[in-house]
Design a protein around this ligand. Structure first.
Ligand SMILES: CC(C)(COP(=O)(O)OP(=O)(O)OC[C@H]1O[C@@H](n2cnc3c(N)ncnc32)[C@H](O)[C@@H]1OP(=O)(O)O)[C@@H](O)C(=O)NCCC(=O)NCCS
Length: 218
């Protein structure tokens, strides 16, 4: 939150963009950066590097939806996966999974990704969102409970179900706008990063030339 001139906090817009096959490597890098405990919370088991890579490799972007938050350095700091059942009889149900890098937690990214996934799922005709979490996963269960999900604890695991209202013109417009803002934000970050690379290359070249001139005594 930031403060307005009248002192009231206003929500900060977090650019969340949808990710496709071109982001697969960055998704893998994001997941590989999670430590063993986070992988256990995310996948329900302590996924090895190979398992994480296989998961990223097997993401089906035609069927599922993946959303991400990039920081200024184009590091993927948060990823959400909205998975649809391959069974056409269950096409109105989707499962939500998410991870936020440890250094970026507690800033509302988990909540924002969940809201983004909810809007998208509604617009896709999904009416039941499912979340599987370990019962110890306070943050994830809080996100689900705050959204109004029903929680069913089964010992060390908890299942959460959120009923979604049908899409409206508002939910569709809101998603379109959110995606456009996020795409623009990404393009600007990409440009800034390319400019930084270019400037540092120029700097290196200048330093190299200076050193060569110094050595030749000219
Ligand atoms: C779960 C996870 C995605 C939350 O991400 P986050 O960006 O830190 O979450 P937010 O900042 O949006 O916080 C969400 C809610 O959890 C609460 N919360 C955050 N961290 C918490 C913690 N360590 N303990 C208790 N509550 C916590 C926040 O206060 C917030 O609740 P509020 O809206 O009522 O204030 C992140 O911890 C994570 O990636 N964990 C590892 C992977 C995982 O567990 N994935 C979920 C299973 S699919």
């Amino acid at each position: 939150m930031t403060a307005t001139t009248d002192g009231k906090p206003v929500p900060v817009v977090v650019p969340i963009r949808s990710l496709g096959p071109g982001h697969r490597e960055r998704i893998a890098a994001h997941l590989l950066a999670l430590d063993a405990n986070d992988r256990y919370l995310r996948f329900g088991y302590t996924a090895t590097d190979d398992q994480v890579r296989r998961y990223a490799e097997s993401l089906d972007f035609d069927r599922d939806d993946v959303f991400g938050i990039y920081n200024r350095k184009l590091e993927l700091i948060a990823v959400a996966h909205l998975a649809y059942s391959p069974d056409p009889r269950a096409n109105r149900i989707a499962e939500f999974g998410v991870s936020v890098l440890a250094k970026a937690r507690g800033r509302g990214f988990g909540n924002r990704l969940f809201e983004r996934a909810v809007i998208h799922a509604r617009n896709e005709g999904v009416d039941l969102l499912y979340i599987h979490a370990l019962s110890e996963n306070t943050a994830m269960l809080r996100i689900a409970r705050n959204a109004g999900a029903e929680l069913e604890r089964l010992g060390s695991e908890t299942e959460a179900y959120l009923r979604l209202p049908p899409a409206t013109l508002d939910s569709r417009m809101s998603e379109l706008l959110t995606e456009q803002v996020a795409q623009t934000d990404y393009r600007l970050k990409l440009q800034a990063s390319q400019l930084r690379d270019f400037l540092s290359l120029m700097q290196e070249t200048r330093e190299g030339l200076r050193a060569a001139r110094h050595r030749s005594g000219s």
